[in-house]
Design a protein around this ligand. Structure first.
Ligand code: NAD
Length: 512
């Protein structure tokens, strides 16, 4: 079956849309002129050329941020919240322009790009409320006339290193909470997404000016990973919050640990859904197709492994393959498109190599996998999402290939399914589709899914900012958003206050 197509955008169309969006955001792009090319994944054309910051620029950014932090930390937290409130309003006013930038740079379809900007707005709301609730605990002291308390203080400069596939939301998850926590933020976005970063930062700069916050509390560093290393190595950076591949986490984690800095790592996933015989298959089908094929398979939470009960596997796979064939591929800003392009040639080559390996390991490609629209856009990489039946998961299935490939495995009993679900190095998101409550509870129990996210009757992607987001094992253990994420951006002091006039020592120790 051939998927319906929407022709890629005409030459120059996206460049014009980007220029218009940036103007509406108050950005003078000439001020950022430089050698770094931002290319449209939808056409391959160069959208803009922007500055490449150097190590000296990083030093200056961290110095400015640290200086601003020294003032910002003493501003009352609810007053700091006003900055984030204003930023959130500006993001709301300019939601459409920011979404245009996300679509142009990443190739996300319009509704997903708008959804990503909405996530920024949502975290601003959460952070504003949180600015009045940075609470510590008061504890009973074992000594009479003593008070024991925990107090949370601002941490310092937070470096945010973000991945290409969530070019704006991930920054806001970090920045909104860090700013109410009293920190300053230095942001290094992915190399491919400078333009949306410039747009987002311009709105934050405006909010900073309007509320009279110290100008240096946010800094944008447009740089590659080599200069990025200089940022993460800087001892003035108290926390490095890094989102990206496991490879990146392996590099950054030890470097920051070496200098006893803090890290918050949000790394790759290899997410699975179990489909039990009792599942509502209509609902499961929709959840699976969105999670596996949506965003062209380029979410950290993308569904990459389907673990289906043997009794329903053939029927379900047939329905998935049929649904895949109806997905419109092409111009991400065109109405009706559900699958946009891959980010670049490297991604396409990784997808093709993974399919070749899967077949060599005994897999059968039952749907998709081919490149399409090559004639219309030779420098863009559109692919049909693929479904591959696998005899086991020892080889290529262990790896996160950042493209739409869904590996299908089968199981006979739930323990076997859970063992398969947990049998990969990553631990981000997981799901079970079942109508059997006991099965669902077993999946959510301590010996069930080992992931940071475990869902029932919903796919693996599409989290809300109210819940903690992040994963275990090679996914890095970090948590962003959610009820207590703010604590990652603060330091805790324990205070013992003695108002007894005596000096009793703890544990009954006698001295002098
Ligand atoms: P990537 O690892 O190539 O790059 C991510 C960021 O890290 C970029 O800004 C890059 O410049 C920077 N970087 C890489 N090495 C660095 C180093 N040594 N020092 C400083 N900076 C360095 O990832 P990507 O291709 O942009 O994004 C896709 C990956 O991100 C996937 O693996 C995906 O699963 C993961 N991701 C995870 C989450 C999550 O929350 N767990 C969210 C989004 C994406």
């Amino acid at each position: 079956m051939t998927n319906p197509h929407n022709a890629p955008p005409a030459a120059g169309e996206q460049t014009a849309a980007v220029a218009k969006a940036l103007r509406a955001l108050g950005v003078d792009l000439d001020a950022f002129a430089g050698p770094r090319e931002t290319r449209s994944p939808a056409t391959g054309e160069v959208l803009a050329r922007t500055v490449e910051h150097t190590e000296a620029d990083v030093d200056a950014a961290v110095a400015a941020a640290h200086e601003a932090f020294l003032t910002w930390r003493d501003v009352p937290a609810p007053v700091r919240g006003n900055l984030v409130k204003r930023w959130g309003r500006l993001l709301t006013e300019h939601k459409r322009e920011l979404a245009v930038l996300v679509t142009a740079e990443v190739g996300k379809i319009e509704s997903e790009a708008l959804g990503e900007v909405q996530e920024m707005i949502d975290i601003c709301d959460l952070a504003v409320g949180q600015s009045r609730q940075l609470f510590g605990k008061t504890l009973p002291s074992e000594r009479p006339g003593h008070r024991l308390a925990e107090t949370w203080h601002p941490l310092g400069v937070v470096a945010v290193v973000s991945a290409f596939n969530f070019p704006v939301a991930v920054y806001a998850w970090n920045a909104a909470l860090a700013l109410v926590a009293g920190d300053a933020v230095v942001w290094k976005p992915a190399e491919a997404t400078n333009l949306s970063a410039i747009g987002v930062d311009a709105l934050l700069a405006r909010a900073v000016r309007e509320v009279g916050a110290p100008e240096g509390i946010h800094r944008l560093v447009l740089a590659d990973r080599v200069v990025g290393r200089h940022l993460v190595d800087d001892p003035r950076v108290a926390l490095v919050s890094a989102t990206g591949s496991v490879r990146m986490g392996r590099e950054i984690g030890p470097r920051v640990a070496e200098r006893f800095g803090r890290v918050l790592l949000e790394l790759g996933g290899n997410n699975a859904a179990i489909v039990a015989p009792s599942a509502d298959l209509d609902l499961a089908l929709r959840g699976i197709v969105f999670a596996a094929a949506g965003t062209a398979g380029q979410r950290c939470t993308t569904l990459r492994r389907l673990i289906v009960h043997t009794s329903i596997a053939d029927a379900l796979v047939e329905r998935i393959a049929a649904a895949y064939g109806t997905l419109t591929i092409g111009d991400p800003s065109a109405e009706g498109t559900l699958i946009g392009p891959l980010i670049n040639r490297g991604s396409f080559e990784a997808q093709q190599a993974a399919l070749v390996r899967a077949v060599a390991e005994g897999g059968t490609v039952v749907a998709g996998g081919a490149r399409v629209l090559e004639g219309e856009a030779p420098e863009a990489f559109y692919v049909e999402p693929a479904v591959v039946l696998m005899p086991g998961q020892d080889g290529v299935v262990q790896e996160e290939t950042f493209a739409p490939i869904l590996y299908v495995l089968t199981y006979d009993d739930l323990d076997e399914a859970i063992a398969l679900q947990n049998g990969v190095p990553q631990g981000l998101s997981s799901a079970i589709f079942t109508q059997d409550q006991a099965e669902a509870e077993r999946f959510l129990s301590a010996s069930g899914s080992d992931c940071g996210i475990a869902n029932v009757n919903i796919g693996t992607s599409g989290a809300e900012i109210g819940g903690a987001f992040g994963g275990e094992k090679e996914t890095g253990g970090g948590r962003e958003s959610g009820t207590d994420a703010w604590q990652a951006y603060m330091r805790r002091a324990t205070n013992t206050v003695n108002y007894s006039g005596q000096l009793p020592l703890a544990q009954g120790v006698k001295f002098l």
